[in-house]
Design a protein around this ligand. Structure first.
Ligand code: ATP
Ligand code: MG
Length: 586
């Protein structure tokens, strides 16, 4: 390709709202163009990158027997009603009607559609297992579309769905997919971590996320410094805590001794004040968290969680706790002081004593680290009063669950090593769905004994468009984009330093044609532009190599610059093609 013919305009300035370097470079480098909030056009170089990502993903998926299909982007609302997600998915689901008042949604994910597809054609266990995937547009009306392609509203995903006759076979496929994603990400040239994850609105049991590690990542992940344990903070686990965190101890790290008693604690409303008042470490206090749980039918009720005074509640875990038996709550919202007052409670003095009696609450949970704990201090459900010497082991029928956010310095539940936080960009997510969708949509097959069974399903998402900014967040430098070997715009750009110099031009065209003949993806920068301009474009757009054809040619010398690290090498003009082909193919 000749640079002068390329539909590419690089920009000096980044969009005003661009915070991340990947967003700035993708726009400045002429890869994408914004059309609306969270909606982008892909220009030729952006499309080329997408195609490379698509090619790798397709090659790896096909190699393990998955088959590509294409499903309708516009989906009848009826299917979403059948699965129960029409209401449950919330505001991210774009719902609309056609001229005949038929209702539709723009697909944010395709479990319903694919289940319908398979239901219509698979009748027997002999046709299983089956894995179908597509690489297609999705629409999610994200609350805060931002960071360019990282969180779009319209974006491209690879979504795969597998169907099995047994859960053992699903487990096998889940492992195959984990290995497949590992190969995909290695080929993309990024450093990543596989972490345990929540299953969110899609539902299901086991779930793992593939995180490209980068400081800008929106996900906090909990990682063990010792073993390979990693989890999204939403579901991160830790070893049982029996003492305050050593680095946080303010008072005695031992439990305060004392008999059960009611204490006057005027205006002592938060954990720090309470800790200072009694000179007791926050570990021995019970913190009450009151939330308003929004029911799928629109109603809301107060729910109560108790954790140790030096822990914080993790919203995903708290929501999962109230949904443990019947998943019908879609969100936890803040409870106001008025809400709490109306329930007969006094904010700042809430405790477990007589709580159910006072509030008639259905949902009251205690964090696992409080299990049978003694010598605690908690609110007395009366203004300005607390109880000391509380022993939770004496209560009957308390419900314990994992409710808290793991903190740095907590210990790994697998090996006892220290846990720390790091940031990741979620580029892939694999789930074991089980029979959630097949049951809802009545999709069954006949097993060996001729008995009808619900399909056992898995689903596997990969962010085709999101991986581009993820690569850049990890690899780009202060000058512009750095791509990877397999996800790149051109293997090499040949820069003619001075196009008025006939020898330079002739030589460059000759090399260009020769490289092209050898299948090298080569760009010839033959524009009538200053050398500096051409170099800036090379750095910003991030061609993998630049071959500079300049003054040195007179002495048979050329300069080769590798974009990653801007490493320079002198080449002999005589065997330049061989050297380049060798470098690129190696
Ligand atoms: P997130 O937590 O980032 O909102 P998600 O958990 O909702 O993502 P999934 O439903 O697991 O996403 O979708 C599978 C993959 O699709 C994600 O791992 C991610 O790579 C990609 N993806 C999801 N939402 C977006 C988006 N708004 N823009 C770009 N890619 C996205
Ligand atoms: Mg996800």
């Amino acid at each position: 390709m000749l640079f002068s013919q390329l539909f590419l305009t690089t920009l000096k300035d980044a969009p005003k709202d661009a915070i991340l370097k990947s967003h700035k470079y993708l726009v400045r480098g002429g890869f994408i163009q914004q059309m609306g909030s969270g909606i982008y056009n892909f220009l030729p170089l952006g499309k080329k990158l997408l195609d490379k990502v698509r090619y790798i993903v397709k090659e790896e998926m096909d190699s393990v027997g998955a088959q590509e299909v294409l499903m309708g982007f516009v989906t009848p609302a009826e299917l979403w009603r059948e699965s129960g997600r029409y209401e449950k998915y919330g505001d991210e689901l774009l719902r609309f009607t056609d001229r005949k008042e038929n209702e539709f949604v723009l697909g944010p994910t395709h479990e319903e559609v694919v289940t319908q597809m398979v239901k219509n054609s698979v009748k027997s266990y002999k046709q299983l297992p089956l894995h179908l995937y597509q690489i297609h547009t999705k629409f999610r009306d994200e609350m805060r579309p931002r960071f360019g392609l990282m969180r779009g509203r319209e974006f491209i995903m690879k979504d795969g769905y597998s169907f099995h006759a047994s859960s053992e076979d699903l487990d096998r496929e889940f492992d195959v997919m984990e290995q497949t994603y590992k190969r995909i990400l290695t080929r993309m040239g990024v450093t990543y971590k596989i972490v345990e994850a929540d299953s969110g609105a899609i539902g299901g049991s086991g779930s793992k996320e593939f995180m490209v590690l980068a400081p800008c990542g929106e996900d906090t992940i909990v990682v063990c410094e010792h073993c390979d344990y990693g989890a999204n903070i939403e579901v991160g686990k830790r070893a049982h805590r029996s003492a305050p965190r050593a680095h946080e101890v303010r008072y005695d790290s031992n439990a305060p001794q004392g008999d059960f008693a009611r204490f006057f604690t005027p205006n002592i409303k938060d954990m720090q004040a309470l800790s200072d008042f009694f000179k007791v470490d926050r570990f021995y206090l019970i913190k009450a968290i009151v939330k308003k749980a929004r029911h799928i039918n629109g109603s809301a009720e107060l729910v109560y969680f108790f954790v140790r005074g030096d822990d914080d509640g993790e919203e995903t875990k708290m929501l999962n706790a109230i949904n443990a038996h019947q998943a019908c709550y879609i969100a936890l919202e803040e409870a106001s002081i008025e809400d709490i007052g109306q329930a007969g409670l006094e904010a700042g003095f809430i405790g477990p004593y007589a709580l159910r009696h006072i509030t008639h609450a259905k949902h009251i949970y205690f964090d696992e680290s409080l299990k049978d704990a003694q010598h605690l201090i908690c609110g007395a459900n009366e203004k300005d009063w607390h109880f000391v010497g509380v022993n939770l082991g004496e209560f009957e029928g308390l419900v314990y669950a994992d409710l808290v956010q793991v903190k740095e310095g907590d210990l790994c539940h697998k090996c006892g090593g220290k846990l720390y936080y790091t940031k990741g960009i979620e580029v892939g997510h694999i789930f074991k769905l089980g029979t959630k969708y097949s049951y809802a949509l009545n999709a069954q097959f006949l097993d060996k004994n001729g008995k009808a069974q619900d399909f056992i399903m898995g689903c596997y998402g990969f962010g085709i468009s999101r991986i581009l900014p993820a690569i850049l967040e990890q690899k780009s430098d202060e000058l512009g984009c750095v791509w990877s070997k397999e996800v790149s715009v051109f293997d090499i750009v040949i820069i003619i330093s001075n196009i008025k110099d006939k020898a330079q031009s002739e030589f460059a065209y000759r090399i260009y044609n020769e490289l092209k003949a050898h299948g090298v993806d080569v760009l010839l920068d033959e524009r009538d532009e200053r050398f500096g301009v051409k170099m800036k474009d090379f750095e910003l757009v991030g061609f993998n190599y630049a071959l500079i054809v300049g003054k040195g040619l007179e002495n048979g010398q050329l300069e080769l610059i590798r974009r990653e690290g801007l490493v320079k090498t002198e080449l002999e003009a005589a065997n330049v093609c061989e050297r380049i082909i060798h470098l690129i193919k190696e």
